[in-house]
Every structure is written in C-alpha cells, then in structure tokens.
Design a protein around this ligand. Sequence first.
Ligand code: ZN
Length: 320
Amino acid sequence: MPKMTDDDFDESTLFGAEAVASIPVPKPVALAVTSPAAESDNPLSKYFRLPGLSVSLPTGGAYFPAGAIELDDAGEVAVYPMRAADEMLLASPDALMNNSAIISLIRSCVPAIKRPEFVSSPDLDVLLVAIRVASNGETMEIQLECPECKKPNTFEVDLPAVLGTMTKVPAVNPLRLSDEVVVYLRPHNMATQGKILISAFRETRAAQAIALDETLSEEEKGARLSVVMERLTDMNLFGLANSVVKVVVPGYEVTNVEHIKQFLGETDKGTLNRLRDELERINSLGIDKTVPAACVHCAHEWEGAIEFNPATFFEDRSSD
Ligand SMILES: [Zn+2]
C-alpha cells in the first residue's frame, strides 16, 4: 500500500481518530447473516444475488469493535458477487483515493461486516480475493514481466489456492521496547489507511505546487517545503499511533492516542524503526501474495507478486 501525505483541509473531521471514535456503534442486529434482500417485501427479492462463498478472516474479527462484524457459526462471513454499481464506483479515482469505494464494496458484498472502516489490511486482501471469486470465478489471469529477459508473461492464478495460504493474525501483538515499556500493536485499518492516503496525496500535491511556484525565492520554497515535511511526519506518527492498541509501563496502561502519538514523536529512531518493522510484519500477515513464476521465453524462475490494486483487481481479462 502506498505511504503518504497538505493544506488547510482538516482531515480529522473526515477520518480522524476522534471522528471515528465518535461514530455511534450500531446495536447488533438480531438477523442471521442473510442477503439484504431478505429484509425486503419485494416479490423479486428471492431472485436477488446469492452469496458465492464463505471465508474466514486472518484476524478472526479480533480487531472489530462490538457489533461491527457478525461471524456465522463457523466463524466465517458470506461473500456476495459484485453489482454493476460496485464496479462503477471502483472506476472512480476520487472514491478509490479515500477508500470510500472499497468501503462501499465491502458493505455491498460482505453484509456481515457492518463497519467496513474497521477492516484491517490482512482481512482486506482476503475479502478482495473472495469478492473476485464470487464475481468472476476462481481463476485470475495476471501479466508479469520477466525480471531476466523483460518479456511479458501471462499466468493463471488459482484464487482458492491463494486463499488457502492464509495465516492467522494473533489477537494480541506485544512488542517489548525496554525493561519497562511494552507496546501492543494491531494491523492498519481502512479508516487510518484512508486518512493517510488522502493526506499523502495532498502533501505531495502541495510540495509540487511549491516547487513550481516561480514567484517564490529559493529560501521561501525551502521554508514552505519544510512545513509540508512536518505535516507528513505528523501524519506518519498518526498512522503509527493508530496502530498501537496500548502502551504498558509500570503503573499505567496508556490508550490515549494523543499521548501515544506524543510518545512516538519523542522516541529514538532505532526504537521507532523496530516498531515500524514489526507493524509491517503484522500488516503483511494473512494470505501469501506471491506466486511461483517461470518465464516462457527464457525459463527464468522467480516469485511473482499479485497486484492488489482495487482499480484493476476486478477486471476480467480472461473473458471477452
Ligand atoms: Zn524471461
């Protein structure tokens, strides 16, 4: 996933920790996991789309707040095929940029997840693959360039096999920083990711505008760019702080995100890097996104990466 970065726009009103925390948690609905159609009195409702498959999630739902997900008796969620409307939203760059297209997609195709903004990175990969299976079938054609001879190769990926590589994300991830400090981590969720994406996009654009502004002296450019860099750093700390469940020190269990952000901002670089590495490891748990690849032109073998770009992931190259 891209990392990011600008201006007078107050993102905290959009995705901020405070904003997310203040969204009222809906009361658990007393319905079993059924199609939204079942709630309708439309005589056509029984002809609406049916779930294509059920999947378990790498986190097992551990990081969702109460009422945000309804797992079935097997601990799984039912996944429905995409509608034309879902596909259209995925073609909208704006909706993709802030994750709202993906949030709508999950709301439509995985109705058991009531609060898609709490879907974490490892779970999202699984859901995207499962939605693709429900919508386009079990195989996916991918194009990979051979790293040796640079020629294009087409591979067919067996998506149920990809789902079969799933490993679990532990519900509790402690990282000891010192004798007295233990940090508990969780994977990134869509809300944090969305805020970071928007912010990164805006800061990058702001930096470009400053660099191209001929009315500014070099000195003025430098000063303005350093303000942009400060905001970027602050956003990175926000992302990091939102992936910390709590910090435990003698006598205290700190969960206040502002206190945690301040602590991270005052932590030495080496320690912060350890934390980042561990977080990256946790975010990459779940399914294996590489496939063994062999070049048809030069027989070179390598580990190919499956591209999880939502803008192209659901295109079906093998049909029409
Ligand atoms: Zn080759």
